[in-house]
Design a binder for this molecule. Sequence first.
Ligand code: PLP
Length: 347
Amino acid sequence: MSPEAFRRWGYAVVDWLAEYQRRVESFPVLSRARPGELRAALPAAPPAAGESFAEILRDLDRLIVPGLTHWQSPNFFAFYPANNSGPSILGELLAAGLGVQGMMWITSPACTELETHVLDWLADLLGLPARFKSSGPGGGVIQDTASSAVLAALLAARERATGFASNEQGVHGHLVAYASAQAHSSVEKAVKIAGLGRANLRLLPVDASFALRSDALAAQIAADRAAGRTPCFVCATVGTTSSNAVDPVRALGEICQREGVWLHVDAAMAGTAALCPEFRWIHDGLELADSYAFNPHKWMFTNFDCDCFWVADRAALIRTFSVQPEYLRNPASQSGAVIDYRDWHVP
Ligand SMILES: Cc1ncc(COP(=O)(O)O)c(C=O)c1O
C-alpha cells in the first residue's frame, strides 16, 4: 500500500469507526448469528488475489458487524464494563503505525522510558506505596492481561522461595499457593503453567462479604508447613469477579511478611476506582504486598489488552525472567543504566 493509499483508506477506516461509535447503541448487544454462519459466508480457500479496501469495509458492515457482540454498546452489562475510547483507539493506531519493538531500551529508548514514566505517574495516581516506583527498588510494567500479571508474580514468587533454583532444576511439588475460593480463574491457570500443580493451590473460605478469611490463610499455611510443604504465594483480590469483594490486604500482608510468602494483589477490575481519593481505601495495606496489578482495559477507557503490574523488588522479577542470548547483548543493557522490559514478562 502506498503512503497515499494508506492516507486515503486510513481516513476511511477512521470514518467507519466514528460511524460505528455513533450507531453502536442501535445494534442488538448480542449477535443473532447462528453457529457457523460467518464461516459459511467466507470462501473455503484463501483468495488468490487481495480485495480492495473498499470491499473489505463493505464486508465489515455486511458480514462482521452482524456477528459481533457489541461490547462498546451502552446497553452492554455482561461480565464487566470494558470500555475503549477515542484517545485509546487513536493511541493504538499511532503505536501500530510506529511499529517499534520495546523489548529492550536500545530497541526504542522512548518506548521504554515512556512506559516507566507513565507507570510511575499511575502509581502516584492510585496511591500505591513509593517502593513500587522505579525511583525505589520496584517498578511498573505493562503486561497484556491480569492473567499474565499473576503468572509473572507467581513465577517470581516460586523463584524467590527456591533460591532461584526452580528455573534451573524444575519444580519439585512442595510449593503451595493460596487464594480465596472467589479468586479469578487466572490464578488456577498460573499455578498450572508455573508447574506447581493444581493440587498445590489452596482455594480458601471467605466471610459473609465474600472476602478471604485471614484466619483460614494462617491456619492453612501452618498445616502445609507441618506437612513439610513450602508456602510461596498468596493472591489477594481487590474486587472479585463475581461480587467485587475486597480481601483484607493488610491482614493477609502481615501473615505473608511473617511467613516470608509473596503477596500479589489482583485489582484487575476494581483498581481503577482508587484514582478517586474516596475509594483509595481499597489499597489499604498495599505496602505489605510484593506485587500489584490492575486493568486499564476494564474501567479506564483503554482498549483490550492493557494490564499494569508493579513489583516492590524488581530484582527478583528480573532474575526470574532474564535470559542472555548473544544476539541481544548491547552496551546499554550491560551498563545496567537502563530498563529492558523483556526481562519483566514472558515475551
Ligand atoms: C479479579 C479479576 N482478576 C483477573 C481477571 C482476568 O483479567 P484478564 O482478562 O486481564 O486476564 C479478571 C477478569 O475479569 C478479574 O475480574
